[in-house]
Design a protein around this ligand. Structure first.
Ligand code: FAD
Ligand code: DLZ
Ligand code: SF4
Length: 514
């Protein structure tokens, strides 16, 4: 007799939440499906480690479900009969197993959300969407929160979240008397200081890697498939969380913004992939940090714990809220009308600018760069160079292990490129060599001179910084936080100003050769 199931439940690659209420009881009427499909591998050039990580984590998740007694159909990229889209494969399963109802969890991406809504409208059987039970907030909670406020400010939302979820609070006051301890954070790494070594796994993802290469999927970056270092299941994700709390959290805030050659993650958690794939919940990560600090505040000082928790309880939820508030218009915003091409070396790391060479090089090697490398090195340069936001998004959406559009685009087009005109961030994040040198050792071994603005070997950031502000004066002049920048610019001797703009013009005309 043909096998029949009443319900088909689709699990997307970034919905690997084993604690979801779907899995409480194993029900023989339900068929779960996960699928490797070209519609997901081809919408951008993914880093090869990202594609392998998703495939491997999906397979591990399917195995876990099977062990718990659930029925699972895992469709591999090269399976005969794989029709390479969610819709076509689901249609095929619906007819094969005479399914009566289709269920899915709300996707985090607008693109997939639209696809699945349209798909459900086309179905003759019943369909239902449920929450992913992952985030602190629902999709529209952030927009509801700001609906009666004059300005959209992350800090206000963050305080609301601290109170609402009672995180680091004493009654209605923040523990320690302050909401934010950033003045104690963000130091450069002292000379000779070596951070604790990273916890790297040795997963063999050769099978996933072979499927990807044999299908000729266009990927970027490098990989050692037999020694794949990212976590691919919940057990490893929990180990990474534990490692972070013990060895990195004690100095997380202090060196949060530091950058150093040969150190690719410093004291950062590297938990973004575990959370974005939902192998870990943001709640358990926040709780682990809060509990570790509460238990041992002399080892994990309040500034370290608060600084970390703010990223997750504040920024991560806020970015998701902005995404659902502003999509799909967000994808087309271009406040500065930037339209230059991204320099070729973003794809190779082959530039003489040492900061970019390091940040891009490690991104290609590890599918990872930390926040300040993304914001103040690669993002800063793309913004100063006037790069088309679509090209910047394309690069960021592919290159990082954690890149999923809801959190990529809000950070890239929003926070980093200011293409949203100031919805996500309060001012454009721009900097010259002065800041980069303050926070890193990159300038020490660079071919360019960090202290020059207009000479032939002057650091390109220095002239591009002024050129950007001069070019966009009309749009930025009135910004209260940029008054100082324009006051300084106006004080520069007109001849030197001309030289700086000339050097910037040279750099902009020769971006690929810098
Ligand atoms: P940690 O520094 O250890 O921080 C802990 C956690 O806080 C992160 O895992 C992340 O979940 C959260 N977090 C920190 N900053 C942010 C932020 N600005 N927005 C949302 N969550 C945050 N993050 C992604 O998850 N995916 C992306 O595709 C992505 N693209 C980015 C692009 C640009 C241009 C910039 C400036 C930032 C981007 N970020 C993105 C945010 C942040 O840089 C990464 O979350 C972080 O670097 C991941 O490393 P980590 O886990 O070691 O983070
Ligand atoms: C990133 C990714 C890749 C490379 N491949 C798949 C896939 O084949 N199947 C799948 O379900 N998910 C994949 N993902 C993660 C998806 O991009 C993510 O699940 C959707 O974009 C929804 O946010
Ligand atoms: Fe980067 Fe300029 Fe410093 Fe070189 S001198 S590392 S290009 S900031």
């Amino acid at each position: 007799m043909a096998v029949k199931y009443k319900t088909l439940r689709l699990i997307l690659g970034d919905q690997l939440n084993i604690n979801h209420s779907w899995y409480k009881v194993a029900d023989s009427n339900i068929l779960y499906t996960l699928m490797e499909v070209r519609s997901e591998t081809d919408y951008v050039w993914h880093h090869v480690q990202k594609a392998c990580a998703f495939f491997a984590a999906m397979e591990e998740f399917a195995l876990t479900l099977k062990r718990l007694g659930h029925s699972v159909k895992y469709i591999k990229l090269d399976d005969i009969g794989n029709l390479q889209t969610f819709q076509d494969n689901c249609n095929s399963l619906i007819s094969e197993f005479q399914i009566e109802e289709f269920q899915y969890q709300l996707p985090d991406e607008y693109r997939v959300d639209t696809t699945l809504k349209d798909y459900c409208n086309s179905l003759k059987i019943k369909s239902t969407a449920s929450d992913t039970e992952h985030f602190f907030t629902s999709r529209h909670e952030v927009s509801d929160y700001f609906s009666n406020q004059k300005t959209i400010l992350m800090e206000n939302f963050y305080r609301h979240m601290r109170k609402k979820h009672s995180v680091m609070m004493e009654h209605s006051n923040p523990t320690g008397g302050q909401w934010n301890f950033d003045q104690e954070n963000r130091k450069k790494l002292p000379k000779g200081h070596r951070p604790f070594s990273q916890l790297l796994f040795q997963n063999d993802v050769s099978l996933q890697y072979n499927r990807i290469t044999q299908a000729d999927i266009k990927t970027i970056g490098t990989i050692e498939p037999k020694y794949f270092s990212w976590p691919i299941n919940r057990t490893q994700s929990l180990e990474l969380l534990e490692h972070f709390v013990i060895y990195c959290l004690p100095l997380f805030g202090t060196f949060q913004d530091a950058m150093q050659t040969d150190e690719w993650a410093l004291y950062h958690s590297r938990l973004s992939f575990c959370m974005n794939s939902k192998m870990l919940s943001p709640k358990e990560v926040v709780e682990a940090a809060e509990q570790a600090w509460a238990k041992n505040p002399t080892v994990i000082a309040i500034n370290q714990a608060e600084g970390f928790i703010r990223q997750i309880l504040g920024w991560r939820e806020y970015m998701r809220g902005i995404y659902w508030m502003k999509m799909p218009e967000f994808e087309t915003m271009n406040f500065f009308n930037h339209n230059r091409s991204l320099p070729d070396w973003y794809w190779t790391g082959k530039t003489k600018m040492n900061c970019l060479k390091n940040a891009i090089g490690q991104s290609l090697n590890y599918a990872y760069a930390h926040h300040i490398q993304r914001l103040m090195i690669t993002g800063n340069f793309a913004l100063l160079a006037g790069t088309a936001p679509g090209q910047v998004d394309f690069w960021y959406l592919g290159i990082y292990i954690d890149a999923i559009q809801w959190v990529e685009i809000t950070n890239t087009r929003g926070m980093s490129q200011y293409a949203d005109g100031g919805i996500t961030g309060s001012k454009p994040y721009t900097a010259s060599a002065n800041y980069i040198n303050k926070m890193s050792n990159y300038c020490e071994s660079c071919s360019y001179d960090k202290s020059q603005r207009s000479t032939p070997n002057a650091c390109p950031f220095n002239s591009l910084y002024w050129d950007f502000h001069d070019r966009h004066r009309e749009k930025l002049d009135a910004h209260p936080r940029l008054k100082m920048v324009y006051t300084l610019w106006d004080k520069i001797d007109p001849v030197e100003k001309g030289n700086i703009l000339e050097r910037a013009s040279y750099c902009l005309s020769n971006l690929d050769d810098l």
